[in-house]
Design a protein around this ligand. Structure first.
Ligand SMILES: Nc1nc2c(c(=O)[nH]1)N[C@H]1C(S)=C(S)[C@@H](COP(=O)(O)OP(=O)(O)OC[C@H]3O[C@@H](n4cnc5c(=O)[nH]c(N)nc54)[C@H](O)[C@@H]3O)O[C@H]1N2
Ligand SMILES: Nc1nc2c(c(=O)[nH]1)N[C@H]1C(S)=C(S)[C@@H](COP(=O)(O)OP(=O)(O)OC[C@H]3O[C@@H](n4cnc5c(=O)[nH]c(N)nc54)[C@H](O)[C@@H]3O)O[C@H]1N2
Ligand SMILES: [Mo]
Length: 752
């Protein structure tokens, strides 16, 4: 594949500036060459020079290979209606008029019979644009009476719920320019070399390394980040990070390396002298670490060795490094929290940061991958959902089965409990109905039952696993076929204009177009459109954005340059004010302190699963589960560079880059007679998948990885022949966040 643009040698040729809008971890400036109405090359040639103050936003392999997706022969070209049983995958072509009439009819019926809480707009991140079809659907459904929405995400369920119990906010990250100020960067389950995590994040890490920072990667996999950037790789058994951090705390306490003054001034619950009133002795974090709490167990490095698989002396050295190299940044990715007790690692990290006073200072790091302490206002399409009920993003199968009355367990927000089960699902730009949600076989059975969900509408570009369960499929236009605006992903002080490169193919339609037609059928056309065209809405967004950002360019200028950047003199430091001026700026928690001990959690009275201080909790299907006798391998599903979740799985150029395969350690392979490239079966009680094996020393013994996102393709026996990890994952929401524990799985592997 050669992707190199220009020169323009024909009259009808042009360059178009756009960006990707999938959920890929980055947002880059793409320069697209169009000839005779077709994209002939896509490159990352940002026309601005690459300077220390202006890093070019270079596209990655996925957008470089985008033509193979845009012009894929399997693109959906017209609306489809289900034939046969739901999930069978048989459809007939219908017209847009028929499709929208049907959807309008079902929406009215479900709204009248059950009310708005029966209409669910499922998670879906395929289109991150400001004027995406999701946005329009939210606006229309809000005008029509509302819909059941969700809180959290499949990305950061535990982070987003658990972090505020410690800090009162999720804005806990410094900006990336600050990493050069760190002496030590510990990357815990974070692999930005593959997952990008904001365009150029690896580059910022590289700059930190060049400035002298030591980088340690702690991950069951010797990731590309570890290969490219780390001074040290420490392999850890999945689900056990909280034990590692507890043992590090033990070393810091017993070797008196910690910052007692910082804890004294800013924290609640570190030791018995700093506890809320009325809590019995033995419940502080220090008591837990020193074994003077109920469990009577000292959290020594030796204790942690048996749990994490990391040798005692490595833990001691790691703790001493963190205890002596200040400032230091302990940065957890989302991998460690996408586990059965993911909340615990989210709350463990901040304790170490507090123990070393690494909070609110340059070169430090407060917590995990919370949001950056700096953000920029970009206007959004207005809507207000009158239906206040929210379920956890992961919890919708429960809301289908027994939504009515659900909520007594605190899983529901906005209302005390739900008034109805889910009856109508809109699944737009997402594959979380089946492929990206846990336990595909179980979910498929749930969706097949037409007495439960009465109608499923899918809007996508391909016949995905989720689309197969639709009653109506609407073909979506592609990001190269429309105008839009996108914000940076996680990091980056810029916003991009996506210029349409080519015409929409087949009968695919833009979201604004078809949702407007649906609005006509719900008698809401004028309220919905306000008489504006899509272009006028984009102009409105730029105008509203400019109101709060002096210097923001006019619409046509923004379009032409494709990007607007904010400039800052210095990095943002999370909690800078709270540390510099505590009397004026308390932490936004109930106590005004960093809550190592949370009374709010204490009051939930579920200490075994929701402790008031962060603890190591041995997980189901973790190394301590007796099930490991039968299924001896922990299976994670890390994010791969060749896909964005399930998007791009059908792109053959990317399969050439990195074949979909299960990573297995050479020792585990040898005992099973498995050799490189052998086709193997990975299985547990929930399902079976078949795929080639990658036999490698780059994954620790006892752990395998099936990179998430491969398409679920069960054969007649139900054996998934492509290898979606979610054929194997368990549907069991985490205790506090009701989040997705999709990296917590036990499996066995055999050669086939
Ligand atoms: N190429 C690509 N980039 C992406 C995405 C994509 O699909 N493809 N998706 C984007 C999105 S939406 C998100 S949310 C992010 C996801 O980003 P993350 O959630 O951070 O990505 P993961 O690969 O799930 O996990 C990161 C690392 O954690 C490790 N890990 C798993 N379990 C454990 C554990 O228990 N302990 C420790 N220490 N490590 C563990 C994995 O081996 C992996 O290397 O990536 C974004 N970037
Ligand atoms: N086991 C396991 N499962 C996971 C994860 C994991 O780590 N392990 N990660 C989770 C995470 S972090 C996330 S964010 C979710 C992501 O899950 P999803 O949000 O479902 O992401 P994708 O699989 O990329 O699905 C996006 C869909 O949108 C379609 N699409 C692309 N562009 C457009 C468009 O312009 N319009 C429309 N209508 N459709 C479009 C694509 O074809 C694709 O089918 O997966 C989660 N699932
Ligand atoms: Mo995500």
């Amino acid at each position: 594949m050669q992707e190199k643009v220009g020169p323009l040698d024909k009259k009808d040729e042009k360059f178009v500036y756009t960006s990707g809008s999938h959920n890929c971890g980055g947002r880059c400036l793409l320069k697209v060459q169009v000839r005779d109405g077709r994209v002939i090359a896509i490159t990352n040639e940002d026309d601005q020079p690459d300077t220390p103050s202006y890093f070019q936003l270079r596209g990655c392999l996925r957008c470089r290979a985008y033509r193979d997706r845009l012009y894929h022969p399997d693109r959906l070209l017209y609306p489809l209606k289900r034939l046969g049983k739901r999930g069978e995958g048989k459809f007939e072509q219908i017209t847009w008029t028929e499709a929208l009439d049907y959807i309008a009819h079902k929406t009215k019926k479900v709204m009248q019979t059950y009310g708005p809480e029966a209409i669910y707009l499922n998670y879906g991140t395929g289109n991150g644009g400001q004027v995406s079809e999701r946005t329009w659907l939210k606006r229309l459904l809000s005008l029509y009476g509302g819909y059941l929405s969700y809180y959290g995400s499949y990305s950061s369920a535990c982070t987003s719920i658990a972090t505020p119990y410690t800090y009162g906010t999720n804005q806990t990250g410094n900006s990336r320019e600050d990493w050069v100020n760190s002496k030590l960067l510990i990357l815990l389950g974070w692999n930005p070399a593959d997952t990008v995590w904001g365009t150029n994040t690896s580059y910022y890490l590289k700059k930190a390394k060049a400035a002298g920072a030591k980088i340690i990667v702690i991950d069951p996999i010797y990731t590309n980040t570890a290969v490219g950037l780390a001074d040290q790789w420490i392999a850890i058994r999945p689900t056990t990070d909280s034990a590692l951090l507890a043992a590090m705390a033990y070393v810091l306490i017993t070797e008196n390396l910690y910052d007692a003054a910082f804890l004294d001034q800013f924290c609640l619950g570190f030791d018995e002298e700093h506890m809320p009133e009325g809590i019995l002795p033995g419940n502080s974090y220090k008591s837990y670490i020193l074994g003077v709490s109920a469990d009577q167990t000292k959290k020594t490095p030796l204790w942690a060795e048996s749990i994490t698989g990391i040798p005692e002396n490595v833990i001691i050295e790691l703790a001493r490094a963190y205890g002596t190299m200040k400032p230091a940044a302990l940065i957890e990715g989302y991998g460690p929290q996408r586990h059965a007790y993911g909340e615990q690692i989210v709350r463990s990290g901040p304790v170490l940061a507090a123990m070393m006073g690494n909070i609110g200072i340059a070169g430090g790091w407060a917590s995990g991958k919370g949001n950056e302490a700096r953000n920029h206002f970009v206007a959004a399409i207005p809507y207000e959902n009158p239906c206040k009920a929210k379920i956890s993003v992961f919890n919708w199968p429960d809301a289908i089965l027994h939504g009515k009355g659900m909520g007594g367990d605190f899983s529901v927000q906005g209302v005390k409990c739900l008034s109805t089960n889910i009856k109508l699902i809109f699944n737009v730009a997402g594959n979380c109905l089946v492929n990206q949600h846990s336990d595909a076989n179980q979910t498929a059975a749930l969706l097949q039952d037409e007495s439960l969900v009465e109608c499923i509408v899918v809007n996508d570009q391909f016949m995905t696993a989720s689309a197969k369960f639709a009653d109506i499929i609407l073909p979506a236009d592609n990001m190269m076929e429309r105008n839009d605006i996108v914000q940076s992903w996680a990091y980056g002080d810029y916003v991009l204009y996506m210029n349409q490169a080519v015409e929409t193919i087949g009968q695919c339609r833009n979201g604004y177009d078809w949702v407007s037609d649906l609005a006509v059928r719900l008698n809401l056309k004028d309220e919905f459109t306000e008489g504006k065209s899509l272009d006028e809405w984009l102009q409105y967004l730029v105008c509203e954005t400019a109101k709060q950002n002096p210097g923001f360019p006019a619409y046509e200028t923004f379009r032409a340059q494709g990007i607007y950047r904010w400039h800052h003199d210095r990095p943002a430091i999370a909690f800078e004010k709270q540390i510099a001026n505590p009397s004026q700026y308390p932490f936004p928690t109930p106590s005004g302190k960093i809550e190592i001990f949370s009374e709010r959690l204490w009051d939930m009275k579920k200490p075994a699963e929701i402790p008031a201080i962060p603890k190591y909790i041995p997980t189901w299907e973790g190394p301590a589960d007796p099930l490991i006798e039968k299924y001896p391998l922990q299976c994670i599903g890390s994010h791969s560079k060749r896909r964005v979740h399930s998007t791009f799985d059908n792109v053959k150029w990317l399969e050439e880059v990195e074949r979909h395969e299960v990573w297995i350690n050479s020792m585990d392979a040898a005992t099973r007679g498995i050799r490189q490239d052998d086709r193997v079966q990975v299985y547990n009680e929930r399902g079976k998948i078949e795929l080639p094996a990658k036999v490698t020393a780059r994954i620790m013994p006892g752990v395998v990885s099936v990179p998430e996102g491969a398409w679920w393709m069960p054969d007649s026996q139900g054996i998934d022949q492509r290898g979606s990890i979610n054929t194997l994952t368990k549907y069991q929401p985490t205790p506090l966040a009701f989040g997705n524990p999709q990296h917590t799985n036990l499996v066995e592997i055999k050669k086939i």
